[in-house]
Design a protein around this ligand. Sequence first.
Ligand code: OXD
Length: 330
Amino acid sequence: MRGRRPVRARGVAPAARRPVVLVYNPDEAAAYAKTIRPPRGRAVTIHTAATEAEAAAVVGEVDIVYGWKFPASLYARAPRLAWQQVMGAGVDWVFVPELPPSVVVTRAPGVFGAWMSEYVLGWCLWVTQRMETYRAAQREQRWRGELLPARLRGATLALVGMGDIGRTIARAAAAVGMNVIGVSRSGQPVPVVKRVYRVGHLHRALAAADFVVLVVPLTSETRGLIDATALAMMRPSAWLLNIGRGALVDEAALLEALRARRIAGAVLDVFPKEPLPPEHPFWRLDNAVITPHISGPSTPDELAPIFNDNLARWMAGRPLRHVVDRRRGY
Ligand code: OXD
């Protein structure tokens, strides 16, 4: 780490210097920059960058990165960087070996759960209301009055991951009468969740579920968590919804389980390689739904209060909120 500043106390802004913020986002850097509000009477310098080359031109003077997938190669050229506010729900991409230990990383809890709850309930209802079937019948002008929808009320939803997003989904699912169970490292009770299993008992939760939702962070412990054995524990009528990270699931095992109809289907929003390549077999499976990583979008207006609150804290030398525990990886 030659040439870097010594590690400062967390959240302490450099005195008597106007902080420099780099907003890094390939599509919407300007929109995020517009929402930055330094505390009254104080000012910050704001740069925006949509590409690595644009960021490289200014990164040497930057104190704060407000970013989405900031390029790892730039850390070595950012000697002042002290704090990075992540724009997305997951932080796995930040913890690359190049990230200097002195950089504090903060996340944005409370933003994504509401979106993801609607995604989860929407796709569960798509299954139980047999939306695809009735639409197909409509195309054939067939009246399928013999086929009834199923009830979501009483169906069991297993949430693998009981962080703030998992808890928000749990409340939404319980509100429509679903029987919500969960899986977490600690197995600690969570309001509205009927039973929380420790991760060592994951298979029990899988065996009890009509819908399994993966919303756990990707860490060395959760990579490949849903392997062939886990999939074999699921009911043949159950659906897997992955809104966490593609690498939580053993892709070959899932493909095999879907092809053999060992589970009813999968709704997949995340993949180890994104965009999902056109030749990928998932596209052609009638029991797989593919969505393009949209279950929990980041929007400048929703993230602004979190960033601006932390900016005020940083400029006042107060501890930041929502600091990621680097050891745990979330
Ligand atoms: C993510 C996100 O982190 O979509 O993947 O926010």
